[in-house]
Design a protein around this ligand. Structure first.
Ligand code: IPE
Ligand code: IPE
Ligand code: MG
Ligand code: MG
Ligand code: MG
Length: 304
């Protein structure tokens, strides 16, 4: 039998994430309304869409950024749930027939297939509200002024200048020839904005100073774009079973992506450059940014 030698840094990341993921899951389970509460069908659908799947990259980023600036783990759990609620809402709506019309998500039928379209719309609405309800809960050690700034940050990352705006551009770009600069503009919004909010919420919870916020903003901007570039590559190069969502959707729907615009080699090279830039932005934090660095590696190397 072939012996698998583990790189100590990666096994350390595996241990860190294996410890955090069940905590992220149980925080989400506790923050979501129980299925027994009325309206049961809506609450069942919210729990179905949110729990038991997903890589939880945004909550992990929130925790990792807080570690880089020294925040307490308890104050992060609620913020990590908030960003994941926005993310899951974006996925549920992204999969609707009026958008990407997907029937597979996280290895299971999409929310509107398992329930119905009206319920899926309401799941998105309710998860978005829940996110802000969570973000507005008292945050120990954080001033009201800073918390207001954090809520503002989450709102603008989610709205028409952030994720929802990016999704609108994505829909409008179907079947069109767009430039790499326009593609970047779209990706930075539809995916990058929430990735950046995840990092910055973690940093603000640790009362990060302006220079730390600047450096982390730079890291998160590169990472957010990297995330969607890799998503585009995986859509073209992986199969549905590995992805847990329908592969080849972008080409089938005639969507401009990094892969379709640049081709495989240049898309991979762009990803490598973004990964390198993200890691360089972490230099001022030294060893405290190890989890952020490892998450950049994870985003780069992920196969689903
Ligand atoms: C998929 O996000 C949608 C994009 C923003 C590209 P993830 O790849 O983080 O999906 P889950 O949460 O792990 O299912
Ligand atoms: C989704 O982009 C971005 C958001 C959900 C905001 P995609 O449409 O490429 O995501 P997948 O591939 O369906 O996960
Ligand atoms: Mg989409
Ligand atoms: Mg999609
Ligand atoms: Mg995709």
């Amino acid at each position: 039998m072939k012996r698998v030698t583990m790189n100590p840094e990666s096994s350390d990341f595996a241990r860190w994430s294996a410890e955090l993921l069940p905590q992220i899951e149980s925080a989400l389970a506790a923050h979501l309304p129980p299925e027994s509460a009325a309206p049961q069908r809506l609450h069942a659908a919210m729990r179905y869409a949110t729990l038991g799947g997903g890589k939880r990259v945004r909550p992990l980023l929130c925790h990792a950024a807080s570690e880089a600036v020294g925040a307490s783990a308890e104050s992060i759990a609620v913020l990590a749930s908030a960003v994941e609620c926005i993310h899951v809402y974006s996925l549920v709506h992204d999969d609707l027939p009026a958008m990407d019309n997907d029937d597979l998500r996280r290895g299971r039928p999409t929310c509107h297939v398992a329930f119905d379209e009206a319920t899926a719309l309401l799941v998105g609405d309710a998860l978005q509200s829940l996110a802000f309800e969570l973000a507005a809960r008292p945050l120990p050690g954080v001033s009201a002024e800073r918390q207001l700034q954090m809520i503002h940050l989450l709102a603008s990352a989610s709205g028409s200048h952030g994720m929802a705006g990016g999704q609108a551009i994505d829909i409008a770009a179907v079947g069109k020839q767009i430039s790499v600069a326009e593609l970047e503009y779209m990706h930075i919004r539809k995916t990058g904005a929430l990735i950046r909010a995840s990092v910055l919420l973690g940093a603000h919870a640790g009362n990060a100073d302006a220079s730390a916020i600047d450096a982390l903003t730079h890291y998160a901007n590169r990472l957010g774009l990297l995330f969607q570039v890799v998503d585009d590559i995986l859509d073209a190069e992986c199969d549905s079973a590995a992805l847990g969502k329908t592969a080849g959707k972008d080409q089938a729907a005639d969507k401009p992506t990094y892969y379709s615009l640049l081709g495989s080699a240049a898309a991979h090279a762009a990803a490598e450059q973004l990964h390198a830039d993200a890691c360089t932005a972490l230099t001022p934090f030294g060893a405290r940014a190890i989890r952020l660095k490892q998450l950049a590696d994870f985003v780069m190397k992920r196969r689903h």
